[in-house]
Design a binder for this molecule. Structure first.
Ligand code: PLP
Length: 395
């Protein structure tokens, strides 16, 4: 007896969690284009153009700019494993889940890992990093620009300077940042950076754009031991993404098409336009959430537009509200991770999801669920507050 599983009928959702985010119809169409060979001349041309667009989005001239086959974590793994040789010092800045993951990656790469921590929702000061640099003398410093577990935005520009003054390389996690807030790889002096397709690039999960500058590549070329990961070995991958086109592994062709189209959409809108759209919808959402009496988990002035983490008010049940949003309204938001488990909601406005229709639909749905569950707020207050921002009277 053979049983065939039923055909796929995924529900239509509004994806307002920490990723994956809503996907533009043009990106979905790109996924359905005919698959071609990974050495087909058309595909090779497509890779070159993709690299050109990635350089624009990362704001870099770095030759070594490409997309790793795998999700954001594969980008993290590629950077950490290539930059670190066993026994070298790595400083991980941990103020949420993803900083912690970077520390774990570095440990597995054989690094001597030192960590500095600050409370969840807060960001590191330049002085704190400087002190840790003097104390630990790391070869590489890893830091998360947009900490998706807390909604905190870490400024980087001055940090890059002190890291370089101490002779270390700066590795930045921009998985959630890229496409949502300004990332200046060259101007800020970021040595290595990785992202993922499923957050503000609004593409399905599956590729991890990375970029490495000359300093980072020199360190990689000077390695005395091979990178522990064959699959993510940047020296081998650079032969495929570079002029040699040596077969390494079969590239995920259709995901490359999807990312290509997603980057075209961002560049059509313009980076500035894209960032201000994220900011506008964040302001409207924040006004609505504040009207409902919800408080942000991240410190004021360092809140990410694309990831709004709010503390769950006393007396409300996390699962009831998130379940209601999904079941009754088809809206997905994220729960808390780690320290914030059961204590916070994470509302994403990433890429194509950052639209007024999403903000207003979500606020209407949340308000109804909060009222139904005994939370006191005046009916209609959240929509009114958001609309005030949209009509330009508020904020
Ligand atoms: C989502 C995320 C990751 C991991 O990306 P995956 O696509 O889930 O592998 C890493 N860092 C940050 C900041 C993230 O938000």
């Amino acid at each position: 007896m053979h049983e065939i599983a039923p055909p796929l009928t995924p529900p239509v959702r509004t994806l307002m969690g920490p990723g994956p985010s809503d996907i533009h119809p043009r990106v979905l169409q790109a996924l359905a284009l005919p698959t071609i060979g990974h050495l087909d001349p058309y595909y090779l041309e497509t890779m070159d153009r993709l690299q050109g667009m990635l350089r624009q989005v990362f704001k870099t001239k770095n030759q070594m700019t490409m997309a790793i086959s795998g999700t954001g974590s594969a980008g993290m793994e590629a950077c950490v494993h290539n930059l670190i040789e066993p026994g070298e010092g790595f400083l991980a800045c941990v103020n949420g889940v993803f900083g912690g993951r970077m520390a774990e990656e570095a440990r597995r790469a054989g690094a001597e890992v030192a960590t500095i921590e600050c409370p969840w929702g807060q960001v590191f000061s330049v002085a704190e990093i400087e002190e840790a640099l003097h104390k630990h003398k790391p070869k590489v410093v890893g830091i998360v620009m947009a900490e998706t577990s807390t909604g905190a935005r870490q400024p980087l520009q001055e940090i890059a300077d002190v890291v370089h003054d101490a002779g270390a390389l700066l590795l930045v996690d921009a998985v959630t940042a890229l496409g949502g807030i300004l990332v200046e790889v060259d101007q800020w002096g970021i040595d290595a950076i990785y992202s993922g397709t499923q957050k503000c690039l609004s593409c399905p999960p599956g590729l991890a754009p990375i970029s490495l500058n000359e300093r980072a590549m020199e360190k990689i070329h000077a390695r005395t031991t091979p990178c522990r990961s064959w699959y993510l070995d940047v020296s081998l991958l650079s032969n495929y993404w570079g002029s040699d086109r040596t077969y390494h592994h079969t590239a995920p062709i259709n995901m490359t098409f999807a990312l290509y189209e997603a980057l075209r959409l961002i560049l059509e809108e313009g980076l500035e336009g894209c960032f201000s759209r994220h900011q506008r919808h964040h302001q409207a959402l924040k006004a609505g959430l504040t009207a409902l009496g919800l408080k942000y988990a991240a410190q004021e002035n360092f809140q990410l537009p694309m990831l709004n983490a709010v503390l769950i008010p006393e007396g409300l049940d996390d699962a009831t509200i998130r379940g209601g949003l999904l079941k009754d309204f088809g809206i997905e938001i994220g729960g808390g991770l780690g320290v914030f488990k059961g204590k916070a909601w994470r509302i994403g406005l990433m890429g194509y999801a950052a639209r007024a229709e999403n903000v207003l639909k979500f606020l209407a749905a949340l308000e109804q669920l909060l009222l139904r569950n005994g939370h006191s707020c005046s009916p209609g207050c959240s929509i009114a507050a958001a609309n005030e921002v949209y009509s330009g009277c508020g904020v």
